[in-house]
Design a protein around this ligand. Structure first.
Ligand code: ADP
Ligand code: MG
Length: 452
């Protein structure tokens, strides 16, 4: 850490900071910094990554100015270089463990922390379409070059859209292609349970050692860390320890980082790499997924019937799979071909309603007004308070989705709004739908009411 060559200003700065911050903070952030070069007028610091650079500038700018040279603008005259990837600390921990007779890291892994991956969640079983292409290539990039492309990779999207599938795909790929790379995949709940158990068994240090020795950590459903303060802090420390060593982290969540009720510190870390959204697949992709899953079961679904199913099950791939399973069971029991009639009887409530009746702006407003408890005349009016503006945007969204008319004509039915207002509303709601389960349900029910 500190050597004789380090300028006195830096040594004093480190002493000063050590007294000011917690030991964990010091070890994670300050201890890894070295002085690469120092002159009278400038100091160049070697840091493990940009997190550390930002951390020190954000938190200790004033102190840096007091202890180190300052430039003409009154800013610290400090530049940064990034250190090469460091593997030694991991080796060292292992050696120490051997000496004192405690468990080897790999024994620990085998005995306590098994890698549980669903065998069918691989890249080759993942069907691509416009809604998930970007996320899939990011996931593949991370799997091919762990720690060297996007770090962390944060995948968010609604239920049943393939987040866990992609996370496990990374796990399989890394395990197969990089034999020496240590990878673990956990759900956030399992992480919390492990932590509780190891607190009880007084084996927290072993658990920490195991996680900090990983090269790739895959964490599913981070939303379960919300409102779990102590666990959040432990997780955040582990996260920082890994990232500081350029270890790869991938996280999934049902919301983007900024919508999670977690500390600003953790949110900022999670946002730093690549945040990628996995969307609802379009009709063609849904049909392709359906046909693929059917083929795996040796089931033949005529193309017309596949389109019929995919039109009615539109926002959850898991439900599409459920439909295939149910149809498979039914078809083999009855020894019958799959037809649309059979689909309608077998899948019944799984098929969401696609309105057949002619939908008008008036009927949409009526349905939205009862769903959101606002007056139709307010939907047509200009009031901008959220309680009214939001349902109005939903109504505009539905109008564009369900009515085949020009934007101008649709917009004018909303008390003479412009087509750009309508388009803006449509975009906003469409985006929000990707991550807001409640809104998805409200819109689904509003559509059903349109028929009632
Ligand atoms: P999430 O974690 O987003 O809730 P999952 O990853 O558990 O969703 O996916 C639900 C099911 O749908 C899984 O069985 C998965 O294999 C399947 N699935 C989702 N997206 C795809 C896809 N693009 N191609 C093939 N299967 C998919
Ligand atoms: Mg999942």
């Amino acid at each position: 850490m500190l050597t004789k060559d380090e300028p006195k200003g830096w040594v004093d700065f480190v002493d000063f900071i050590q007294d000011k911050c917690s030991q964990a903070e010091f070890q994670n952030w300050i201890a890894p910094i070295k002085v690469a070069k120092a002159t009278e007028s400038e100091v160049c610091l070697e840091v493990p990554n940009i997190f550390v650079q930002e951390y020190i500038l954000d938190n200790y700018r004033r102190e840096l100015c007091s202890f180190l040279p300052m430039n003409e603008d009154g800013e610290p005259a400090v530049s940064f270089v990034f250190s090469e990837r460091r593997q030694e600390p991991v080796q060292k921990v292992k050696e120490e463990e051997n000496l004192d007779g405690s468990l080897f890291a790999h024994e620990l892994e085998e005995s306590t922390f098994q890698l549980n991956l669903n065998h069918s969640y691989t890249f080759s079983h993942f069907i691509e379409g416009p809604s998930n292409q970007f996320v899939k290539s990011a996931a593949l990039g991370v799997a091919m070059r762990p720690g060297k492309s996007y770090n962390p990779l944060f995948i968010h999207g609604g239920v049943g859209l393939g987040k866990t599938h992609l996370l496990h795909s990374i796990g399989h790929y890394v395990k197969e292609k990089h034999k020496k790379v240590r990878v673990q995949c956990i759900t956030t709940e399992a992480f919390i349970n492990d932590l509780v158990t190891s607190l009880k068994n007084k084996s927290v240090d072993q658990m920490k050692r195991f996680y900090r020795n990983l090269d790739v950590l895959l964490v599913d459903d981070i939303q379960f860390l919300q409102c779990r303060l102590n666990f959040e802090e432990e997780f955040c420390n582990m996260f920082e320890a890994l990232i500081n060593q350029n270890k790869q982290i991938v996280i999934t969540s049902d919301k983007p980082p900024s919508s999670l009720k977690l500390s600003e510190r953790l949110i900022a870390r999670m946002e730093w790499g690549l945040v990628a959204n996995i969307g609802i697949p379009d009709l063609e992709t849904r049909v392709a997924i359906l046909q693929y899953k059917a083929e795996l079961r040796g089931l033949k679904i005529p193309s017309k019937v596949a389109f019929f199913i995919a039109e009615h099950i539109f926002n959850n791939v898991r439900q599409l799979e459920g439909a295939v399973n149910r149809l498979g069971a039914y078809a083999s029991m009855l020894q019958k071909e799959i037809t649309q009639d059979m689909v309608e009887t077998t899948l019944g409530e799984l098929l969401s309603y696609v309105p057949q009746k002619k939908v008008t702006v008036d009927s949409i407003m009526k349905s939205v007004s009862s769903m959101f408890n606002v007056r139709v005349q307010d939907l047509r009016g200009n009031k901008r308070n959220k309680e009214i503006a939001f349902p109005r945007q939903v109504a505009m969204y539905l109008a564009k989705e369900l009515i085949n008319e020009s934007l101008m004509k649709l917009a004018s039915s909303f008390g003479g709004k412009t087509h750009s207002t309508l388009l803006h509303s449509w975009n906003k709601i469409k985006k929000q739908l990707e991550e807001d389960e409640t809104l998805r349900r409200q819109i689904h029910m509003t559509k059903q009411n349109l028929e009632a």
